[in-house]
Design a protein around this ligand. Structure first.
Ligand code: 9WN
Length: 472
């Protein structure tokens, strides 16, 4: 207990000053967000949060670039370029590029990536990926470059993007369904979201049960120190974490090869909603980039991209909600989570489906709590307001949902969510996630993607005000 208290103070000490008021003060907020990005800037890439996350994460850097483009476009471009250092020769973009400094429990040397012939040669990386937000970040930067500079930028990033999307389909869509399969919860980015935890617990090692009941558990909690300065009860439980690590070991045994995993391991394989929704949108961006460059995308990739648009709907239940699917059994994992709203962002679902999602989103008993959007509905047995991915509001999820709502004409709720998100961060500070009940910040701090997406949302707020004014 004493440790949690001390750690909370430590995290808060690092936070750049904000208004800390319920009132939205855009200038103070922008200042605090900009300071955060500076504090976490390690030269050519940005760490997600000091201490807790000292390496370069794939989707974090994409979010960082989306915000940074408004402050320093060259540095934003550099953020994405630095991600390409880690690209494997088969096209895979790894979820972490390790720095030489700092420790994280996804340990630098434990991956044995170098044993894989395609692994990056000059940097150490993990051997799994993360949601493909790169195309989005490339296009967002492109939006504010002049035509000639944009073409140069697209030309530079195009080969890496094509290789990444081709790898996703070739390696992770073995049945040519148009949906890719994930081998580990870290690939989803929503690490301990309930559907993944349900799936993982089915593959808990024999010693898992013993650890969960035994008194050594608190000892392990402290021994592992996997949660940086964050109170233990806000993170994944030690038993779940050990299960996650066990599954990672299994993947390593199979050389991270999907076919070998399929045949030689019981590791859960999930067709994830958020990942695939993000991929569908990324495909749209990639198509746009190719058109602007006058390039033809590889034919196989074009077919896969086309298939994906319709395939997303196979993750929908009879009530119109979306769920991940077990790749082996083909059953939906119907534990509800924020993932259900990501198909809005994909832009390929029907207006009717989008309207249903928008209605569920605004349900005050489930997702639309005082500080929406809760990452797990309050009615779920997994709901925990401060435990990461099991209840808190995350700024990146809100950013996707706002974008998706606008694509389907739900501007009023998008505006409301935008203002509510900014107000929550303004009051709490640049935290990793926020209680959807009282708005307090939790997790790593100061946290980069919160800051970067706040910068982007403040631009959105300004545009929204200008257009409202023009309409008056
Ligand atoms: C493992 C860095 C990352 C995010 C993920 C978030 C968390 C790591 C962890 O932090 O994951 O990859 O230690 O739990 O869940 O989305 O990219 O911010």
């Amino acid at each position: 207990m004493a440790e949690s208290k001390a750690n909370t103070t430590h995290a808060a000490d690092k936070l750049p000053a904000v208004g800390f008021t319920e009132q939205l003060e855009p200038e103070a907020l922008l200042g605090a967000a900009t300071d955060t990005l500076k504090i976490n800037d390690l030269g050519s890439w940005t760490q997600p949060a000091p201490g807790l996350y000292p390496h370069q994460w794939l989707w974090d850097s994409c979010f960082v670039a989306i915000g940074l483009r408004h402050i320093d476009i060259k540095r934003a471009q550099q953020e994405l370029r630095s991600l390409l250092r880690g690209q494997w020769s088969n096209g895979m973009l790894p979820h972490i590029i390790f720095s030489d400094q700092g420790l994280h429990y996804a340990g630098r040397d434990a991956w044995h990536s170098e044993r894989h012939k395609a692994a990056a040669k000059k940097v150490k990386t993990t051997a799994i990926t993360q949601p493909p937000v790169l195309a989005e970040a490339v296009v967002r930067i492109g939006e504010i470059l002049d035509t000639a500079a944009r073409r140069r930028w697209y030309k530079e990033m195009y080969p890496a993007l094509v290789a990444f999307h081709e790898w996703l389909y070739k390696e992770r869509d073995p049945h040519n369904e148009g949906l890719v399969v994930l081998m580990h919860p870290w690939e989803s980015g929503l690490d301990d979201t309930p559907p993944w935890m349900v799936a993982l617990r089915k593959n808990r090692p024999w010693w898992g049960k013993a650890v969960s009941g035994a008194k050594i558990s608190p000892w392990l909690e402290n021994r592992f120190k996997v949660r940086g300065n964050v109170p233990l009860n806000e993170r994944i439980s030690i038993v779940d974490l050990l299960t996650v690590l066990h599954n990672w070991r299994e993947l390593r045994r199979c050389g991270y090869d999907l076919q070998r995993v399929l045949h030689h391991s019981k590791v859960p394989l999930l067709v994830d909603v958020a990942f695939n929704a993000i991929l569908v949108r990324a495909n749209t961006h990639l198509q746009r980039i190719a058109e602007e460059l006058g390039e033809m995308l590889p034919v196989d990739l074009q077919f896969s991209m086309q298939r994906s648009k319709g395939a997303l709907r196979t993750l929908q239940d009879a009530d119109g909600m979306f769920f991940p699917r077990d790749f082996r059994t083909r059953e939906l994992l119907t534990e509800p989570s924020i993932e259900t709203f990501l198909p809005l962002y994909s832009g390929v679902i029907s207006q009717e489906s989008a309207d249903k999602l928008a209605a569920e989103l605004q349900n005050p008993k489930t997702y639309w709590l005082k500080h929406p959007v809760a990452s797990v509905p309050r009615t779920s047995k997994y709901f925990a307001a401060n435990r990461y991915w099991q209840g808190p509001m995350w700024v990146n999820m809100n950013w996707f949902i706002i974008d998706g709502l606008r694509q389907y004409g739900h501007h009023k709720v998008a505006d409301e969510l935008l203002e509510n998100t900014l107000r929550t961060v303004s009051a709490a500070g640049m935290y990793e996630y926020f209680s959807p009940i009282d708005g307090k910040g939790h997790g790593g701090a100061p946290f980069s993607w919160t800051a970067a997406l706040v910068v982007d949302m403040l631009q959105g707020l300004a545009i929204q005000k200008v257009s409202r004014h023009a309409g008056e």
